[in-house]
Design a protein around this ligand. Structure first.
Ligand SMILES: Cc1cc2nc3c(=O)[nH]c(=O)nc-3n(C[C@H](O)[C@H](O)[C@H](O)COP(=O)(O)OP(=O)(O)OC[C@H]3O[C@@H](n4cnc5c(N)ncnc54)[C@H](O)[C@@H]3O)c2cc1C
Length: 204
């Protein structure tokens, strides 16, 4: 069987399958962890109306309660290591500082995945060859955006003209200074994190 068109939607996992795609993104790791269900007396006073909270720091962190009473905490890093520098160690340290009453809480589940950053911080739709359609690069906000992109990729595959799509069909760009950014990501994020922490402490 022969496909009429092929859609590539590999986002932060883009590799050498399509020439230049890997070089168009900077892959980082978004990570989350959750507690076992907590009792109402434990979680109730923290997020009494079920709000989710998220901050405006350079390295974003967020926390929320799940309908089952689990507490989730998330952030960003540059590796999927279980602990340590740039791995889960960062959010494990941040969580009790954000919610002091949860010091010592056990995080039963931890998971992470790659997100794709672009230089211009917006998603892209590319057409590197006839009937080869690429849509990706949500800069960590792909839950909604990837669905919109998915719809437009399908419309493109069904012969909607490039002019009638809400995304411009662009050439695959090269992320400037990507290699040095990949190599320097750990250090750069550690510096940003340090600056966040210093501001946080001086505001407290
Ligand atoms: C822990 C975490 C929390 C997040 N929180 C949020 C949030 O709160 N809000 C938000 O908007 N976004 C969030 N994101 C980001 C969001 O999940 C992504 O932006 C979104 O999943 C991107 O969707 P996608 O389908 O483009 O790519 P992905 O979901 O990354 O899927 C890419 C797929 O391509 C596959 N693939 C790669 N190479 C090949 C190949 N050669 N052949 C076949 N398949 C291949 C991979 O296996 C993968 O399944 C979060 C991500 C993580 C990891």
């Amino acid at each position: 069987m022969t496909a009429a068109s092929v859609i590539i939607a590999t986002n932060g996992y883009s590799d050498s399958l399509v020439k230049g795609l890997k070089q168009s993104v900077l892959s980082l790791y978004s990570k989350q962890m959750a507690t076992d269900p907590l009792s109402e007396s434990e979680i109730g006073p923290i997020l009494p109306q079920g709000h989710m909270i998220s901050d405006t720091k350079r390295l974003i962190m967020y926390t929320r309660r799940e309908p089952g009473g689990q507490m989730c905490f998330g952030g960003i890093g540059f590796s999927d290591r279980r602990g340590g520098f740039g791995g889960f160690g960062w959010i494990e340290k941040d969580a009790p500082e954000t919610v002091p009453s949860r010091k010592g809480v056990k995080w039963c589940c931890k998971w992470s995945g790659r997100i794709a950053l672009t230089e211009d911080r917006v998603p892209h739709l590319h057409g590197p060859a006839p009937d080869l359609i690429v849509g990706l690069e949500y800069n960590g906000r792909g839950v909604a955006m990837s669905h919109v992109m998915g719809r437009e990729l399908a419309r493109r595959a069904l012969d909607t003209s490039a002019e009638d799509l809400p995304f411009p069909v662009t050439k695959i760009p090269s992320y400037k200074f990507r290699t040095s950014q990949v190599l320097g990501a750990g250090l750069a994020m550690a510096v940003l994190r340090r600056r966040d922490q210093m501001e946080w402490k001086s505001d407290a």
